[in-house]
Design a protein around this ligand. Sequence first.
Ligand code: FMN
Length: 330
Amino acid sequence: MPKLSDSLTIKGVTLRNRIVMPPMANDLSDESGAVTSRHLDHYRARAEAEVGLIIVEHSYITPRGKMTAPQLGIHDDGLVPGLRGLADTIRAGGAASAIQLTHAGANTTAEIIGCQPVGPADVAVPGRGVEPRPLSADELSELIGLYRDAARRAIEAGFDAIEIHGAHGFLLSEFLSPYTNRRTDEYGGSLENRLRFPLEVITAVREVAGPDYPLLYRFGASDFMQEGLALDEAREAAPRLVGVGIDILDVSGGLCGSRPKDLSGVQGFYVPLAESIKSVVDVPVIAVGGIREASFANSVIEDGRADLVAVGRELLKNPDWAREALASLQ
Ligand SMILES: Cc1cc2nc3c(=O)[nH]c(=O)nc-3n(C[C@H](O)[C@H](O)[C@H](O)COP(=O)(O)O)c2cc1C
């Protein structure tokens, strides 16, 4: 079995080890969504300190899909030079780079986006209490075009990979979740129908990216709530995501406020989700959730529970986490 320090190559992109910095919004932009020098400093510090893959935080594909005012954007061609500087900075540090494309769906407010938030149906995501306006089929087609444009910008900017956000109550997970998706057209109801929009988005992004470019999907594999998406449905969905072009599944969970209770102190709290999804797909899987210790991260890889481990808050606290972890395992 591989170790934490082993490299992994996906479609010609080599990750120097199995440590991933997961997407973590840090609201370092301004209303324009542009990359700032603070983004460069933030990501440079982790790239230079041995992280294998840095997935840049959620970046909105349209201002109507923003979650916070100073969020990073990828919705306009004018942002590409700044994004290129960010991709170059990460590469110069020796890490591979991806950027997460998002639409917040109902996981935002009218104050942020200037109009009523949208979603698959008029059901608020937990923790928000904002009733969204259901999207029409025509609007879904427009959104697919916006994902496609955002993907083109990510590639033009030189990112090694793209991650599509399909977790945490953002738009694509709202479509997959039976809790938020109460539609009665071909985009709601059965698992097949709830998967339709996410699959159409992935297919469009794959068309832009071509066959040889790595695509990741942040996959919310359980909502951990009554009437929400359960792991057994996620296990049916996962091979479908791979079937339309996903190369790495970045497994997470929870529909906004519906995270499993009492997770504080539990190391690897979503590793069982990743392990379960890994058993039904033939692509690498990322595991995440409260990972603090190098020995634990290494055991996840050595025990074959996942192919990569994401370390979020520990890397925020300590930019040198990956370097120190790898040194401690030698
Ligand atoms: C400040 C912060 C911002 C986050 N932003 C995002 C995000 O933009 N996209 C995403 O998919 N997850 C986001 N997450 C979730 C993380 O990627 C990660 O899954 C979570 O923090 C659990 O990992 P950890 O316990 O190692 O921190 C965020 C988490 C934190 C703490």
